[in-house]
Design a protein around this ligand. Structure first.
Ligand SMILES: *Cc1c(COP(=O)(O)O)cnc(C)c1O
Length: 216
């Protein structure tokens, strides 16, 4: 696979869904990828990247941000409150707002800094015990509480269970976004981003299909 090929597939899926060209943001998920692969994608002109861990991102992105202008970094993985300040400095968008304590911490830091990254509320659509995210039934109340804290919510995000058809999960997420007036839908990964675009995804998070397998 390659960046060009994935971009073309995103464009075809947008067209097939009757959506405007460029209406889907392709987040290249660079976690655990060798630097030369990430640099190749930077050289091809891509500027929107996703990382799972604050620590890993802090170790590699500040240098790239000096060398390449216009970078936009998204945090996709769980965020501990003690890393919230660092995350707010590194990332333009956080996709894993998932609990009241984190919402309160982000709100306090946002007041202090006068600025907050854009936020997606993560929803655990499969109600998997090991997975982060608010349960679908709790999402409306959680979103209302986060809004009451003046947090800049832009959308909702999900990671469907690995062994299930993702479609019902994409639909659940879209319903939660629609009834809460949140336009952003962060859903779809290497194996299912076209299906996610057909269901309305605005942000797809694609790692291995762009970069190849990760080095764990
Ligand atoms: C790793 C990861 C991705 C990318 O997964 P691929 O299958 O490599 O595309 C997307 N979203 C999240 C939250 C991830 O952790």
């Amino acid at each position: 696979m390659s960046l060009a090929e994935i971009r073309a597939r995103v464009a075809r899926a947008e067209a097939a869904a009757g959506r405007a060209p460029g209406s889907v943001t392709l987040i290249a998920v660079s976690k655990l990828q060798p630097p030369d692969r990430v640099e190749a994608v930077l050289r091809e002109g891509h500027r929107v990247f996703g990382e799972n861990r604050v620590q890993e991102a802090a170790g590699k992105w500040p240098a790239w941000a000096e060398a390449w202008s216009g970078l936009e970094l998204h945090l996709l993985g769980p965020l501990q409150t003690n890393k919230a300040r660092q995350a707010m400095e590194l990332f333009s968008t956080l996709h894993s707002l998932d609990r009241p304590k984190l919402a309160r911490t982000l709100a306090r830091l946002a007041q202090e800094r006068g600025h907050c990254p854009a936020l997606f509320v993560q929803v655990n659509t499969g109600a998997e015990p090991q997975k982060a995210g608010v349960l679908p039934d709790d999402a409306d109340a959680f979103i209302a509480d986060a809004r009451a804290l003046d947090l800049p919510l832009v959308g909702v995000m999900c990671i469907p269970p690995a062994d299930e058809d993702p479609l019902p999960h994409f639909r659940t997420l879209r319903g939660i976004g629609e009834r809460n007036g949140l336009d952003g839908l962060s859903m779809g990964m290497s194996g299912d981003f076209e299906a996610a675009i057909a269901e309305g995804a605005t942000h797809v998070r694609v790692g291995s299909a762009i970069f190849g397998a990760r080095a764990y």
